[in-house]
Design a binder for this molecule. Structure first.
Ligand SMILES: C[S@@+](CC[C@H](N)C(=O)[O-])C[C@H]1O[C@@H](n2cnc3c(N)ncnc32)[C@H](O)[C@@H]1O
Length: 281
């Protein structure tokens, strides 16, 4: 039984939401109280608390440590799939990559960052896409950096092991045969594809790698969980991190940037490709 008074329960939830926003950027209001309670209840039980509010009170009154991060991670949404959003790949194929390839003919290098990669499908889809659609890039140096704040998601991404249902959400039978091998339990991404990608933990609201001049930064379906001020702080860092000629930021298909003049829409088709203000479209 939960002996904590209802107003203290609400306070515990609200204090936790403030921590969540501060440390990882996720911004939920009181109406998402049920989400906190339902997502964290199993963790509370596992960690030996009698109920989720006891866990929250412990989190709210202690120095941020491993249990906090486990709870923050549990609050993330990791929904993803191979080749998510056909229009994105179509625009990459027809418009974005041809322009990039033309610009980089001299150095034959491309730098791509999948900045909220979740369990890896986004980065592997990109690698498969380049292999299938742009064979001329075989002799190029292609850097694909895949990052996320969630250790758990990154572990899955790095192992590159998926159930057949995950593969069938987005990949054709031919792609499954070509790019995966059947393991004892799951399917495993071909080692050469896994090795083509570097995985790293990066919290978008903390310090970033010093590296810049990204030709493509994918930040799809993550900024939607941030409030406007957090979003703007992240975008302030994206802008100088893009290559200044054709560097492109990609958001999710339902996301648009408002009130951020340093980045402007790039593709006439739909609003989720952006480049720096100074670059001519
Ligand atoms: C819905 S998934 C998007 C996955 C992929 N980009 C896609 O569009 O299919 C959102 C991801 O953002 C990550 N995320 C949430 N907050 C983050 C932060 N502050 N820094 C980095 N990644 C974050 C989550 O861990 C989760 O894996």
């Amino acid at each position: 039984m939960n002996r904590i008074k209802p107003d203290r329960q609400l306070k515990a939830v609200m204090d936790f939401l403030a921590q969540l926003r501060k440390h990882i950027g996720l911004s939920f209001g009181a109406e998402k109280r049920y989400l906190v309670e339902s997502r964290l209840s199993p963790l509370a039980q596992k960690a030996g608390f009698t109920n989720v509010h006891d866990l929250l009170i412990q989190l709210n009154t202690s120095v941020v440590g491993e249990l906090h991060w486990q709870c923050f991670e549990t609050m993330t949404t990791q929904e993803t799939q191979f080749f998510r959003d056909g229009f994105f790949f179509e625009t990459l194929r027809k418009e974005i990559l041809p322009a990039l390839i033309q610009k980089r003919q001299g150095e034959k290098k491309l730098k791509i960052w999948s900045a909220a990669v979740s369990t890896g499908q986004e980065a592997y889809s990109l690698a498969i896409f380049l292999e299938e659609q742009f064979p001329e890039l075989k002799s190029w140096k292609i850097q694909i950096l895949a990052t996320d704040v969630s250790d758990k998601a990154l572990q899955v991404a790095q192992r590159g092991e998926y159930e057949i249902q995950d593969l069938e959400r987005g990949l054709s039978p031919l792609q499954i045969t070509r790019f995966f091998t059947k393991g004892p339990v799951d399917f495993q991404i071909a080692p050469w594809l896994r090795e083509a990608i570097q995985f790293q933990k990066i919290n978008l609201i903390s310090a970033w790698p010093a590296e810049s001049s990204w030709d493509l930064i994918l930040m799809r379906n993550v900024l939607i969980y941030f409030d406007q001020s957090t979003k703007n702080k992240v975008l302030e860092k994206v802008s100088p991190a893009l290559a200044d000629d054709v560097g492109t930021l990609v958001l999710g298909s339902s996301e648009t940037l408002i009130d951020f003049p340093k980045l402007v829409r790039r593709s006439a088709a739909r609003g989720f490709f952006y480049q720096r203000q100074s670059v001519e479209a």
